[in-house]
Design a protein around this ligand. Structure first.
Ligand SMILES: Nc1ncnc2c1ncn2[C@@H]1O[C@H](COP(=O)(O)OP(=O)(O)O)[C@@H](O)[C@H]1O
Ligand SMILES: [Mg+2]
Length: 358
């Protein structure tokens, strides 16, 4: 899959722009405030129906308008065309696939698998577990078509159980315990299976950037798995009642990245942490590409943020050999490094919200 044409209307400082990216590497340069991140944001919205930098997606709508539209023509690996569109106003977000409204955002995510690196990406390893769960589940979602349904059923059981805990009406809690244990155990095992496939790919990619030994990546299931989830739910019921929500289960799941048994975030620099995050995301894309006919899209906003020129060149070379479509932004052409080693790329200049192929 690749984006063949992109149309953006009223998204931040972009009024009305269309452009034709190449199926390989697309480089955007322009001064601060020209609209580079907004282009990346437009593509991200198309695949995820949310912004990667604003909590409220509505703030992305141009001040001079009341609605924004992003639409794209995609060429799929089987040669078919696909149209994706997202329309957002102050009240609603409407997602279209081939001009039909779809209520399921997951349909967009299946159609346009996206990975993004942006200046705050290091938070994946530096912040709380929520981001890591989302990262992990993105991979499992694309890896296993049953995951989304099972995860939704797990969430229903969890929400019902939490509602009983909050209202302190636990006489029928065993009904939801049973569902939570059944679906929760499967969710955890899918994550585990995914991580086992993911780990060797990730460790291999890391070698492009580091010569560090004894790196380990481990799933933290969200409960002590030496004890059954059933026994845990029974033995922690009082505590759960006190807090008003379920303390153990895959909704507390996480993963841990260590060097010599120490958390990576505690032993490496910010720039190095970013390379770990980049390697994690590259590995997800690599695994997706190796297993699916539908390839994905890799976005990098602000290429030079905390990456030295040497690592930027390595990353660009790696991406150029991967069978995926790439969008990268920088303020100066020189920040992309030596482009002689890259066979096929397209360059765009961004100025006052206008995008020109150069
Ligand atoms: N909702 C909005 N409507 C109009 N302009 C906006 C909106 N939000 C931000 N901007 C402006 O859009 C411009 C482009 O922002 P951005 O894409 O982040 O630039 P770049 O990444 O090139 O530095 C900035 O000047 C910013 O002030
Ligand atoms: Mg920017």
């Amino acid at each position: 899959m690749s984006l063949v044409k992109l149309d953006i209307y009223s998204l931040r400082n972009i009024q009305k722009e269309s452009f034709y990216p190449t199926s390989t590497i697309n480089l955007f340069y322009g001064e601060n405030g020209s609209g580079k991140s907004s282009i990346v944001e437009a593509i991200f919205i198309l695949g995820r129906a949310k912004s990667f930098r604003s909590h409220s997606i509505k703030s992305v709508i141009s001040f001079s308008d009341t609605q924004l539209i992003v639409s794209a023509q995609l060429l799929q690996s089987n040669g078919n065309n696909l149209n994706l569109g997202v329309q957002l106003d102050n009240k609603n977000i409407r997602c279209h696939i081939n001009h039909q409204i779809t209520k399921k955002r997951s349909d967009l995510a299946y159609a346009l698998p996206l990975q993004i690196i942006h200046p705050k990406s290091y938070e994946l390893l530096d912040g709380g577990p929520q981001l890591r769960r989302e990262f992990l589940d993105w991979g499992v979602f694309h890896d296993n078509e049953n995951f989304l349904t099972l995860y939704s059923k797990f969430k229903v059981a969890l929400n019902q159980r939490n509602a009983l805990l909050k209202s302190k009406q636990v006489q029928h809690i065993h009904v939801w315990n049973k569902e939570l244990i059944y679906y929760g155990t499967i969710v955890n095992s899918y994550r585990d299976i995914y991580l086992q496939k993911f780990k060797p790919i990730f460790l291999n990619i890391l070698k492009c950037f580091f010569q560090i030994e004894n790196i380990d990546l481990k799933l933290l299931p969200g409960w002590d798995t030496t004890i059954s989830l059933e026994d845990i739910l029974l033995s922690t019921l009082e505590k759960d009642l006190r807090y008003g929500f379920t303390q153990n289960g895959p909704h507390r799941g996480d993963f841990q990245l260590t060097i010599d048994d120490r958390l990576v975030k505690e032993v490496v620099s910010r720039g190095q942490l970013k390379l770990f995050v980049i390697s994690l995301k590259l590995a997800q894309m690599q695994l997706l590409l190796s297993e699916q006919a539908n390839n994905g899209c890799f976005l990098i906003d602000d290429f030079s943020a905390e990456l030295d020129i040497d690592n930027r060149e390595k990353l660009l070379l790696y991406l150029s050999k991967m069978n995926c479509q790439v969008f990268i932004t920088a303020t100066e052409i020189s920040e992309f490094g030596n482009l002689n080693k890259i066979n096929n790329y397209k360059m765009f200049h961004v100025e006052h919200g206008n995008i020109k192929s150069v």
